[in-house]
Write a protein that binds this ligand. Structure first.
Ligand code: APR
Ligand code: PHB
Length: 391
């Protein structure tokens, strides 16, 4: 088999890249290790920057997103038992949309299959060869049978645990990393959201976030230990902890209980591998970088990467040669590091750090007060949260 662009991974990055290339008349093959059912059912974050919504809309894959997505113009920061609204729209003129990542994935898979674009699920033992030559080759096994694909370029969109980053020979990548001393315990519950907007709560017992998927589905997160055992968290303990962390001075209980449909632990890590390229392999999304979810940037960064990559590949396929791809990594990394900084800052400002002393604790509270009371402080949060421009 032969194609122009071989894409590894059918997450938001790989699927959107395949779609943008299709719109530009460029052929690709997408290889995914898991089943369709698995990738469509995997629950991840769900906040889309306006720029992300615009890219999906221009690509013609946002009809359901516009019908079912929940548009938000602000968020609440809660600390010391009091809520403070950040008016995202008033400050920036921009909005964000709540729409689950797996819904974006479902829409992109439907679009891909709708025009008969090659998309292989359950591709086993995917391996990359000849990345430093002119004709890279991808091999894999499908239902026990050996397959191979020659292509001009390989797009590594296989997430943090994929094989693409590790296919780069030692010495070519520089890794920057921070592992946080906590994780998030997340639940999906059949209960109305606590509030019509997201609540980011800083509490002496640890951070908590109240978000949603629909008017009848809540998504709630609690800061927990990185090695937390879910078996120690029966439903009653989760609800009790949520009530405490969202407590208000007036005693109002806002979190609404309902059957818990899903529970999971999310590790918290900041990670960047530079450059996002080796020979004819280009990394995009989680394959190259990870942010802690506090800034809601993971999927948005993946979308921005493939938006830039699709533009560069278009120029390459029009005959501009490999030079068309030279700026890709630099262009992505300039924006990625700003999102890294923001995600790290939000994480530091809102979480409980066990080793923090009384001084650091006071500074953390002062920072939150500054962000809420000063227009400049609120703007710093707002312009990053709604998404920095995609140049
Ligand atoms: N071969 C083929 N596919 C693979 C392999 C492999 N060896 N390893 C992993 N994959 C697949 C995964 O099963 C997954 O479907 O690659 C896909 C990568 O998708 P994501 O992990 O969703 O990564 P990405 O598309 O970059 O999207 C980033 O995902 O983790 C969230 O917060 C993150 O929202 C962000 C988004
Ligand atoms: C989510 O809706 O899952 C979500 C929203 C905002 C975040 C993290 C997760 O910062």
């Amino acid at each position: 088999m032969r194609t122009q662009i071989g894409i590894i991974g059918a997450g938001p990055a790989g699927l959107l890249l395949a779609h943008l290339l299709h719109l530009a008349g460029i052929e690709s093959v997408v290889l995914e290790a898991r089943s369709r059912r698995y990738v469509e059912g995997r629950i991840r974050a769900g906040l889309l920057e306006q720029g992300t919504v615009d890219i999906l809309t221009q690509g013609g894959v946002a009809d359901r997103l516009h019908r079912e997505g929940m548009v938000h113009e602000g968020l609440e920061l809660r600390f010391d038992g009091e809520g403070h609204r950040i008016d995202l729209h008033g400050l920036t003129g921009r909005r964000v949309t709540i729409y689950g990542q797996q819904e974006v994935v479902k829409d992109l898979i439907a679009a891909r299959l709708g025009y008969g674009g090659p998309l292989v699920f359950e591709a086993e033992d995917v391996a990359l060869h000849g990345l430093d030559g002119e004709r890279p080759r991808i091999t894999w096994r499908e239902g026990g049978e050996a397959r191979s694909l020659d292509c001009d370029i390989v797009a590594g969109c296989d997430g943090f645990h994929g094989i693409c980053r590790d296919s780069i020979p030692p010495g070519h990548l520089t890794v920057y990393e921070r592992v946080y001393p906590f994780a998030w315990l997340g639940i999906l519950a059949a209960a109305p959201p606590a509030s019509h907007e997201l609540i980011y709560a800083r509490h002496a017992r640890g951070f908590a976030l109240a978000t949603m998927r629909s008017p009848t589905l809540s998504r709630l997160y609690l800061q927990c230990r990185p090695d937390e055992d879910l078996a120690q968290w029966p439903d009653s303990r989760i609800w009790e902890e949520l009530h405490r962390r969202f407590e208000r001075r007036d005693g109002a209980r806002q979190v609404k209980e309902g059957p818990i449909l899903q529970k999971g632990i999310t590790a918290m890590r900041s990670f960047v591998a530079e450059p996002m390229r080796y020979g004819r392999l280009f990394l995009a999304g989680d394959a190259a970088h990870i942010v802690p979810p506090t800034g809601a940037k993971g999927m948005n960064l993946a979308v921005a990467d493939v938006y830039y990559l699709a533009q560069a590949l278009e120029a390459f396929c029009r005959g501009q040669g490999m030079a068309a791809l030279d700026g890709y990594s630099r262009r992505c990394l300039a924006r990625i590091w700003k999102a890294q900084r923001f995600s790290w800052w939000m994480t530091a400002m809102l979480h409980r750090f066990d080793e923090a002393d009384a001084f650091e604790h006071k500074v953390q509270l002062a920072e939150l007060a500054y962000v809420c009371e000063s227009r400049a402080g609120a703007m710093t949060l707002a312009e990053n949260y709604v998404g920095l421009p995609l140049e």
